[in-house]
Design a protein around this ligand. Structure first.
Ligand code: PLP
Ligand code: COI
Length: 368
């Protein structure tokens, strides 16, 4: 059990996790074989964390257990009405062997915002942070040390009450699992091609677009398949006024020739922590940064006229990836390539991997 003091902001005492070690944990040799080429989201560590919540008992029964199947009643509300949220955050191994994560308070708060939208209970941020530390305490050896590798942490919460009435569940589970990760895209940091979804939306006004909830991703799967059929890596969504929203799992950023940087902002877009960090690094370099509507016309005309000089996507899983092509039903727009996206990517990852000074205090140590 990791010792953490009472949280000074909330006055919450740390949870007492019951730890059950996995007696069938992978051998060091098997683990190393996985870490040599982890891909993304394919393999999982030896343990998982869970915390129960109920209307009557609040947050209770915090556990670290062997990774394995979850037993659910077939009437569990999540299986019927999709009351579910999740997060994505990474643990990075530094050259001295220590393990750090990046702005976890932001993920903890976003999980709370998602919870509010999905009528789920809000996990206190100190419990969220403690869950990350508890998992690293038992599975720290799973944090890879190769270039651009990390341990992808996937916190999630769902309605487990067995009840078919449509109302917020009275019983909920929070879980944390972890998966060693290399590059999200097969080609690494090569520019990606983007398919413009004209027939399908990801989110609507007043909907759940800003929440990290499974339904948004479910809604993106058919258009994402359309993207693959059209030989594109990812899909970009528009809002009802044909403004650019975001990709299936990443935010979009435009760089203009005067050096200003613009990213779509609205209440139907996930507020990306990578994007927020990249934009801060750009501000530190003196770039003017703006969050506002960007219409599809502004994008296409800006590229055609040379006003837009770079377009990139960013998110925890994909980090920062230049966009090379925008493809629609009746057009293919080559995107201009510059150097800013890759410079910002390097600056960000240098901080995450402890190679550069952490001026903004973004790192959080997980293994001490
Ligand atoms: N937009 C969507 C739909 C995402 O799934 C993600 C990834 O989490 C992002 C944006 C980027 O968010 P973040 O940078 O916090 O990972
Ligand atoms: C992340 O970047 O953490 C995400 O959740 C995106 C997902 C498509 C893997």
């Amino acid at each position: 059990m990791t010792t953490i003091d009472t949280d000074p902001d909330t006055g919450l005492d740390p949870l007492e996790f019951a730890v059950t070690r996995n007696l069938a944990a992978k051998s060091a040799a098997d683990r190393d074989a996985i870490l040599a080429n982890p891909g993304f989201g394919q393999s999982f560590t030896d343990h998982m964390v869970d915390i129960c919540w109920s209307v009557r008992g609040g947050w209770h029964r915090p556990r670290v257990s062997p990774y394995g199947p979850i037993s659910l009643d077939p009437a569990a509300a999540v299986l019927h009405y999709g009351q579910e949220i999740f997060e994505g955050i990474k643990a990075y191994r530094h050259a001295d062997g220590s393990v750090h994560t990046f702005r976890p308070d932001q993920n903890g708060r976003r999980l709370q915002r998602s919870a509010r939208r999905l009528a789920l209970p809000e996990l206190p941020v100190p419990y969220f942070l403690q869950s990350l530390r508890e998992l690293i305490a038992v599975d720290g050896a799973w944090v890879p040390s190769g270039d651009d590798q990390s341990l992808y942490l996937r916190p999630f919460m769902f309605a487990k009450e067995a009840f078919l009435g449509v109302r917020p569940a009275h019983k909920v589970a929070y879980y944390l699992i972890a998966s060693p990760a290399g590059a999200y895209f097969k080609g690494g940091v090569q520019p990606v091609s983007i398919w413009l979804s004209e027939d399908y939306s990801r989110a609507g006004k007043g909907g759940t677009g800003a929440a990290k909830t499974g339904g948004n991703y479910a809604a993106s799967l058919l258009p994402q398949s359309e993207a693959y059929e059209n030989e594109c890596d990812q899909v970009v969504f528009l809002d009802q006024d044909r403004n650019v929203e975001e990709l299936g799992g990443m935010n979009v950023v435009f760089v203009y020739k005067d050096g200003s940087i613009v990213t779509p902002q609205s209440d139907s877009i996930l507020e990306g922590i990578t994007r927020d960090s990249i934009l801060q690094l750009a501000r530190d370099r003196g770039h003017h940064v703006e969050g506002r509507n960007v219409s599809l016309d502004e994008w296409r005309q800006g590229v055609a006229s040379g006003d837009i000089v770079e377009v990139f996507a960013c998110g925890t899983a994909a980090v920062v990836t230049p966009i090379g092509v925008l493809k629609g039903r009746d057009f293919i727009d080559e995107q201009p390539t510059g150097t800013l996206a890759l410079e910002l990517r390097e600056e960000l990852t240098d901080i995450q991997y402890g190679r550069a000074e952490d001026k903004h205090g973004w790192l959080y140590r997980l293994d001490a």
